[in-house]
Design a binder for this molecule. Sequence first.
Ligand SMILES: Nc1ncnc2c1ncn2[C@@H]1O[C@H](COP(=O)(O)OP(=O)(O)OP(=O)(O)O)[C@@H](O)[C@H]1O
Ligand SMILES: [Mg+2]
Length: 240
Amino acid sequence: MSLIELKKISRSYTMGERSFYAVHDIDLQLNEGEFVVILGPSGAGKSTLLNILGGMDSPTEGDFLFDGENIAKYKDNELTDYRAWNVGVVFQFYNLIPTLTAYENVALMKDVRAHSSKKSVWNKGEIEVMRPEEAIEKVGLKERMHHFPSQLSGGEQQRISIARAIAKNPRLLLCDEPTGALDTNTGNEILKLLQDLSRKEGRTVVMVTHNDSFAEIADRVIRVKNARIESDEKAKPLQV
Ligand SMILES: Nc1ncnc2c1ncn2[C@@H]1O[C@H](COP(=O)(O)OP(=O)(O)OP(=O)(O)O)[C@@H](O)[C@H]1O
Ligand SMILES: [Mg+2]
């Protein structure tokens, strides 16, 4: 069974008298452990699709099965629970809390899980959160973990935001332009880290970008254009 199955998913918006689709009629299956890159021009619907996958937005039409559970019609509190158990997100501008150290930023995310119900449908008993230092070690920043974000470079801040995203051991790691604010070399190090998290740890990673050259590092490349999937290809990936 696929980890994720989207069936004729659409997300429409109404502005005044007009409505339009940000994503339209998308069918997609994602398997556990895949490293997927979603490519497409600005406004194509990439972030909308990623937000739906992450339970930060809901489709207006269609079904979304995660591990067999249909979450398309979930209410806000059910989506909160879905995110707490299943989803880690990495953003372009890191979104770390400036008054907390790297360690504290990562520790905070564990609390999100701790505060969600133990009776959650997603609590299958086998998912363990990591200790913050363990997550920070995985991204290679153990010696900097008591620094504040302002004392870290952009690449280091992004590593900490990745540590924060994986600390609760999510089944799905979503990244929206994770290298968008970084120079080429630092960006490549972040890509390599994401690739390793998928290759070596079997995590399902979905990364959105409009940088075509990232296509070659993924297992699978999905191109989005005008709210629809234009192509979906298994890639022969290069090691970064
Ligand atoms: N909350 C919203 N309200 C109205 N329109 C929206 C909203 N969110 C997205 N859209 C519209 O939906 C379309 C797709 O937006 P989306 O952010 O998914 O594009 P994108 O592919 O991520 O673009 P970019 O590469 O610039 O980030 C755009 O036309 C956008 O303006
Ligand atoms: Mg976007």
